[in-house]
Ligand binder design. Structure first.
Ligand code: UDX
Length: 485
């Protein structure tokens, strides 16, 4: 490209961010929360999304939304293999996103330069787009730092023979990652077991190549893991959580919230209700649903249970066992989808029976609600171990669901002294979470550093002669980005 054809370069503070969430509920929510936070700091926001699970733009009038092709057939979008779906999205979205991004960069407003891409860690293909277009990419990890440390150790765990997991019920400790046991290692059922390992390997590599890493976490709950990442990943690192405390996730919900449960909660005794929800993806066998139903019925406690469509494998809507409704009508409520953050903040709620998705785990900690942990797949097992054995604010249900076992675990949490101790501990964590967000707190400071880091990316105004499709505007090289660490 002849220099004489270039317009003079101008260095401006970049103020426009392109955010690419992974289109799953537990990932869309933290990304839109992050977008809201960064918008409040003066950045303009474009959310690039797939048709599959697309968010509702009308809930975010201040953001631009750009839809790109995900190439998924109706069959692929329906199929219940999350790993295969994510792997496919990483292939299908590459070219549409790259083309759109190149166009955006060539047409961008010099007063609102694109500073960087912020993408979910699972959407690892965005790093190669960023590299090709010479634009920084920052990652948002929607899961825990502890699970990332575990994933980063996958090569070692494979070398030592822990992985691939031979016995998913093995209680053998993983001495390299205490207090995890083999059964706690991230696992997920997928048609092709290599998909998980490949995805984790891509994620780890592209994290190293990125320009920064954002976490929905904070020092008091994951001190060890956060320190380990700081040490092992030489990139700027921003634990800014809990994200939902800046901005709730209600507008990013893919299912409508049933608000009627709030009125029902108002009528219950303080601290008496068990809130039961297993997030947006976990599913179970019919027999497991029956054990949960009778475990709740026999506990004698009031309960609010989220039974979303698809929770029971093979049926659109779960059927409750005979006699259950008659027995629990007076003290149980079932809804398809609840306003979870409001529910957890309600004084009637005394315990959260959760699958330990990371958002649910953080939301529970931030409201000081102890957990009955029933992790299903992936990072959830690591999170459950963190909750029950490191933070000691929950009890884990293990080795199959049986109504007697459920009743016993509920008693430990809601009746026994042990439960009282957990309540005290989790309330302290709640206070610490609040403190992290105040001026001088670790998350507050991390957010400041994140904003400064983005503003330090030296972008230049487009000043090149177009050479047809795929032409890229002049940007400074990676070495010029000037991170703020
Ligand atoms: C997924 C993975 O399963 C999880 O392990 C990973 O950590 C994040 O992505 P999901 O299973 O949906 O997420 O669980 P979770 O992370 O807990 O996110 C669920 C979100 O849905 C939470 O923000 C929760 O508040 C919301 N929710 C859940 C509702 O709004 N209403 C409900 O009834 C249930």
């Amino acid at each position: 490209m002849a220099r004489s054809k270039e317009r003079p370069r101008q260095h401006r503070k970049p103020t426009h961010l392109v955010l690419f969430p992974c289109p799953l509920q537990g990932h869309i929510t933290p990304m839109l929360q992050l977008a809201t936070i960064l918008h409040s700091k003066g950045f303009s926001i474009t959310i690039v999304h797939t048709q599959f699970n697309s968010p509702n733009p009308s809930n975010y009038p201040n953001f631009n939304f750009e839809h790109i092709s995900d190439g998924l057939s109706a069959d692929q979008a329906q199929k219940y293999d999350v790993m295969a779906l994510v792997a496919l999205l990483n292939i299908n979205c590459h070219d549409p996103f790259s083309d759109w991004m190149a166009r955006m960069l060539s047409e961008q407003d010099p007063r609102d330069m694109i500073a960087c891409i912020v993408s979910d860690a699972l959407m690892h293909f965005t790093q190669s787009v960023a590299d090709h277009l010479k634009i920084p990419r920052i990652i948002l990890r929607a899961s825990s730092a502890t699970s990332f440390v575990t994933c980063a150790a996958f090569p070692l765990l494979r070398e030592k023979g822990y992985l691939p997991i031979q016995d998913p019920e093995s209680e053998t400790p993983v001495s390299e990652l205490p207090p995890l046991r083999i059964k706690d290692l991230p696992n997920i059922s997928t048609d092709d077991s290599d998909t998980l390992y490949q995805l984790v390997a891509h994620m780890n590599n592209e994290t190293r190549n990125s320009s920064g890493l954002i976490y929905n976490s904070f020092d008091y709950i994951e001190e060890t893991a956060l320190a380990k990442i700081r040490q092992d990943f030489p990139i700027p690192f921003f634990p800014i959580g809990p994200l939902h405390k800046y901005s709730s996730g209600s507008s990013s919900s893919l299912l409508p919230h049933d608000q009627s449960c709030m009125v029902w909660l108002d009528k219950q005794v303080a601290g008496s209700v068990i809130y039961v929800s297993f997030g947006s993806l976990a599913s179970m066998e019919k027999e497991e649903l029956v054990e949960i139903a009778w475990g709740l019925a026999n506990s004698g406690q009031p309960f609010l249970w989220v039974v979303r469509p698809g929770l029971v494998r093979g049926s659109a809507m779960a059927e409750m066992p005979d006699g259950f409704e008659e027995q629990t009508r007076e003290r149980g409520l079932i809804v398809k989808w609840a306003p979870q953050q409001e529910v957890l903040a309600h004084p009637s709620v005394g315990c959260f029976w959760t699958h330990n998705g990371w958002n649910s785990t953080v939301e529970s900690i931030c409201e000081g609600v102890p957990m009955l942990c029933w992790p299903c797949f992936g990072d959830q097992k690591v999170n459950a171990r963190l909750v029950s054995h490191v933070l000691k604010v929950g009890v884990q249900l293990e080795n199959g669901l049986e109504r007697e076992k459920i009743g016993w675990a509920i008693r430990r949490l809601m009746v026994e002294k042990e439960g009282e101790e957990m309540k005290k501990r989790i309330r302290k964590l709640k206070e610490k979470a609040d403190r992290c967000l105040r001026k001088g707190g670790s998350s507050y400071e991390s957010l400041d550093r994140l904003v400064n880091c983005i503003l330090s990316f030296k972008r230049t105004t487009p000043g090149f002669s177009p050479t047809g499709s795929g032409s890229i505007p002049q940007t400074s090289s990676r070495g010029d980005w000037g991170e703020s660490g």
